[in-house]
Design a protein around this ligand. Structure first.
Ligand code: XUL
Ligand code: CO
Length: 437
């Protein structure tokens, strides 16, 4: 197998190719239904996994070296940025995402952190201008440092709350400078490990106020992008407040934040909540809160967030089905919140992993359109609810009936026949569309 440095660019070679460093299904400039694949899919590189993660797990240290031969912290982070942009170029990825501490050394004080962050944001801006690459979203890592052990905007300590605001403010400023289109609030440690030490009502109220202040600050500075909540049910806390899409939407509605805020749905977080990836996307969509996607997959045998590169084509197909029904990504995109396995510890593995994930979503895009064109599933669903298109059903939908009328109508009914749901048939249609000609 060729070495990472020998591969200049990963090209599309089609499904017959056996070249490990070629796309089989992702053809960036191919036009599908009026848009190129790169416009449809809006792939993004995740800085934390790709540029920083070095293979450490609970039982052992690094298996990869991401220091790029550098000791001086700021120079090392510049080399990391160079690597990120080189990788995006090789893979035809147009966007990237980062936490504040992914892109710069944290230093020994708040002042040092802010200085280093600013230096690196300027460096990234230069690189963006040279290459045309764009920031999809950024976020503050308000969970790694020990001061965030009990949360950030839900910390029992008001000083931590203030420090969290400082870091989110720095990220919003960076987002504006870099032209990003999203700011993500993933819960981090916003949740609890036990209720015996937790004032849930105060924590949730503080969290709502924090998000409003973030929104008001950003809008006052001219920020036009989306705020995104990324639901997750557990890990690192026993209970994360943004448990799933429905919980997060309810929180946004309660705090009057819908509109400015949407959801960033992550596949592995959905499965941890006991939902499918498609379910979470559907909940976001029907609430007008679909924003962006963190693409990955979990291991069905494991109960934690493995952040694997996505390869399950059923899942990517149904996810892209939801994206297409939504009318495509607007400010959002497909961020690979995924890391190579600890044993896949070479730079070549990074390319292979992204190729696997990008091809899986390219297949998903192609197959989702095929499914929609085939029409049998959409038609079935439409017919299944046809009793709501006329008569009493239409009155229900239009909100033009009441319990007296419904009860009077029901009294006259004789043989109510509910049609078969045809689940097995529809699942075989899915297979026919995916694997047939
Ligand atoms: C953690 C997770 C985060 C967010 C950004 O499970 O998904 O990486 O995407 O903070
Ligand atoms: Co994520």
């Amino acid at each position: 197998m060729e070495k990472y440095s020998e591969i200049k660019k990963v090209n599309y070679e089609g499904p017959k190719s056996k070249n490990p460093f070629a796309f089989k299904f992702y053809n960036p400039d191919e036009v599908i239904e009026g848009k190129t694949m790169r416009e449809h899919l809006k792939f993004a590189l995740s800085y934390w996994h790709t540029i920083n993660y070095s293979g450490t797990d609970m039982f052992g240290g690094d298996t990869e070296d991401k220091t790029f031969g550098e000791k001086d912290p700021l120079t090392m982070y510049k080399k990391k940025a160079d690597f990120a942009f080189e990788l995006m170029e090789k893979l035809s990825i147009d966007y990237y995402c980062f936490h504040d501490v992914d892109i710069c050394p944290v230093g020994n004080s708040v002042e040092e952190y802010l200085h280093n962050f600013e230096v690196m944001v300027d460096y990234l801006k230069e690189k963006q201008e040279k290459t045309g690459k764009k920031l999809l979203w950024d976020t503050a890592n308000n969970f790694g440092d020990k001061v965030f052990m009990a949360g950030a905007a839900t910390s029992p300590n008001a000083d931590v709350y203030a420090l969290s605001a400082l870091k989110v403010k720095a990220c919003i400023d960076a987002d504006i400078k870099l032209g990003g289109t999203g700011y993500v609030f993933w819960g981090g440690r916003e949740g609890y490990d036990t209720l015996v030490n937790t004032d849930m009502a105060l924590e949730l109220d503080n969290l709502g106020k924090f998000m409003k202040m973030a929104r008001d600050y950003a809008r006052s500075k001219g920020y036009k992008g989306d705020f995104l909540i990324e639901p997750k049910p557990k890990e690192p806390t026993k209970h994360q407040y943004d448990f799933d899409a429905a919980t997060a939407v309810n929180f946004l509605r309660t705090n009057d934040l819908l509109g400015d805020f949407k959801l960033n749905i992550e596949a592995n977080h959905a499965t941890l909540a006991g939902h499918t990836f498609q379910h979470e996307l559907r909940v976001a969509r029907i609430n007008g809160a679909f924003g962006s996607i963190d693409a990955n997959q979990g291991d069905p045998m494991l109960g934690w967030d493995t952040d694997q590169f996505p390869t399950n084509v059923y899942d990517t197909t149904m996810a892209m089905y939801e994206v297409i029904k939504e009318g495509g990504f607007k400010n959002g995109g497909l961020n690979f919140d995924a890391k190579t396995r600890r044993q896949s510890n070479t730079l070549e593995d990074i390319l292979l992993a992204y190729i696997a994930g990008m091809d899986a979503f390219a297949l998903g895009l192609r197959l989702a359109y095929k499914l929609i064109k085939d029409g049998r599933i959409d038609e079935f669903v439409k017919n299944r609810y046809s009793s709501y298109t006329s008569g009493i059903g239409k009155k229900i939908v239009d909100g033009e009936t009441n319990f007296e009328e419904l009860a009077a109508y029901a009294r006259g009914l004789k043989d109510i026949k509910v049609e078969s749901g045809r689940q097995e048939y529809l699942e075989s249609v899915l297979n026919e569309v995916m694997f047939g000609e």
